[in-house]
Write a protein that binds this ligand. Structure first.
Ligand code: GLN
Length: 459
């Protein structure tokens, strides 16, 4: 299937940056042997999976969609990768993404865009467009993504797949190349809510290698999905977030959203409107905190330790270029425009004299956003909104307009700032363009099971 539809940077879905056919077939053969021998096996043993190229895979290239890591092969596995290998899931390869997970369309990949399988002239969302498109195009039944501001949920919405951002700390970040440490979370991409739950149970749980990992048992997501699939939501309290709809939201998206809210009522849920007034500041807050963290994270790409090294010409007097000159030339050639933009914003926001006014202020607003969530969850069990304000837009449409691109994540960013879990489930197609719409469900921290119950009831 990958050979038939994936193509390359110029045409086809281009979900994969690297396909490991040989490795996957060997893992599949080992799985067959375990079955033949009657060994006890994980439910997902033998089910192939695609892995976002931001997760370290021992012996397989890991580029993060960047030229600066071209050719880098990690000497170790991310914890989530170690877990899927131990359970016997063959790894099909590494999926395309916006460079260092910065973007909402996968067009910021240094290796060419991924195309939406529903319409190859359109974006598959981002930054995890490769993982979502691979699942939507039936190239893989499961994939791993990462969500810092929406990069699992928004690609899920625009490709008609299921994407889950777990509670912060619920899934190990060890071996995930950090975009923003305080926001990043690894999560499942799947075609059904039940499949996502199976994968989430496998990758979740405490990891001593990640100091932010929470030491609580993994939730019963499969059981919750099965309960939801019976269609009984009697007594469940659902809050529709006032601030996350209205002007500027595509009419076809709002129609499918309203329909899904009606379905919740039919299934017995009590639906009310809930206001989270600080959510209107979530975008501004995120675009200070994220650049601050990523400018610091990306300092490690110094031409000495990983991947690319560009050595400028020796000076006229024959003196070799300084380490700083090598670093400058390498970072200039290795990073794309969006990455450079965020490094500049982040270093500015962190610089002495501006730190309190920008970064410090953003941290305070972040606390207010968490308090809005806490207040809302005193009266409702889950919050809902459309996942994304629009369906998949044409390739190129927002590439030269960073603000328009950032607005894609209006509804997904608050969850990352507060560390709460969220899911995007397919909610049908928009009337005006026939493209998939996503329905977002948010739950309190460590109540990820509610996402599966509600998601399975409406999918
Ligand atoms: N689109 C958002 C950004 O560009 C989210 C990215 C993500 O979740 N990795 O930062």
């Amino acid at each position: 299937r990958i050979a038939a539809v994936d193509g390359d940077a110029e045409s086809g879905v281009h979900a994969f940056l690297h396909v490991d056919a040989e490795g996957a077939l060997a893992q599949a053969a080992a799985s067959d042997a375990r079955r033949a021998a009657g060994e006890a096996r994980h439910l997902l043993d033998g089910v192939p999976i695609a892995v976002k190229d931001v997760l370290a895979t021992q012996g397989l290239p890991t580029t993060c969609g960047s030229k600066i890591l071209e050719g880098w092969v990690p000497p170790y596995d991310a914890t989530v990768v170690r877990k899927i290998k131990a359970a016997g899931l063959p790894i099909l390869g590494k999926t395309n993404m916006d460079e260092f997970a910065m973007g909402s369309s996968t067009e910021h990949s240094a290796y060419g865009p991924t195309r939406n399988p529903w319409d190859q002239g359109r974006i598959p969302g981002g930054s995890g467009g490769g993982s979502a498109a691979a699942v939507a195009a039936f190239e893989a039944p499961l994939a791993l993504g990462t969500d810092t501001g929406g990069s699992i949920r928004q690609p899920g919405a625009v490709t008609g797949t299921v994407g889950v951002k777990p509670t912060y700390g619920g899934v190990s970040r060890y071996g995930l190349v950090a975009l923003a440490n305080s926001l990043d979370q690894v999560g499942p991409v799947a075609r059904t809510v039940l499949d996502a739950g199976l994968l989430h149970e496998l990758i979740g749980g405490h990891d001593p290698l990640d100091s932010t990992s929470v030491d609580v048992p993994v939730g019963a997501y499969v059981e919750a999905a099965r309960a939801g699939a019976t269609g009984d939501l009697a007594g469940l309290k659902v809050g529709v977030i006032t601030e996350l709809s209205g002007d500027g939201w595509q009419p076809g998206v709002m129609e499918r959203f309203a329909e899904t809210v009606d379905l919740l009522k039919e299934l017995g849920a009590e639906v009310t409107e809930v206001s989270c007034p600080t959510f209107v500041h979530a975008m501004a807050t995120y675009y200070l905190i994220l650049p601050a963290e990523c400018s610091s994270n990306l300092a490690k790409f110094d031409a000495m330790r990983y991947g690319l090294r560009v050595v400028p010409e020796a000076a006229a007097n024959g003196a070799p270029p300084s380490a700083e000159a090598v670093m400058k030339a390498t970072r200039d050639a290795g990073f794309g425009d969006e990455v450079k933009r965020r490094i500049m914003i982040g270093t500015y926001a962190l610089s002495s004299g501006y730190y309190d006014a920008y970064y410090g202020q953003a941290q305070k607003v972040r606390t207010l956003i968490s308090r809005d969530f806490a207040a809302a969850f005193e009266s409702v069990d889950v919050l809902v909104s459309p996942t994304s304000p629009t369906t998949a837009f044409p390739l190129g449409e927002k590439l030269d307009d960073p603000l328009a691109m950032y607005l894609q994540d209006l509804a997904t960013i608050p969850a990352n700032l507060a560390g709460v879990p969220g899911i995007s489930v397919p909610a049908g197609l928009a009337a005006e363009d026939g493209l998939p719409v996503g329905f977002q469900v948010l739950a309190p921290a460590l109540a990820d099971d509610r996402l599966y119950r509600v998601g399975a009831a409406v999918e």
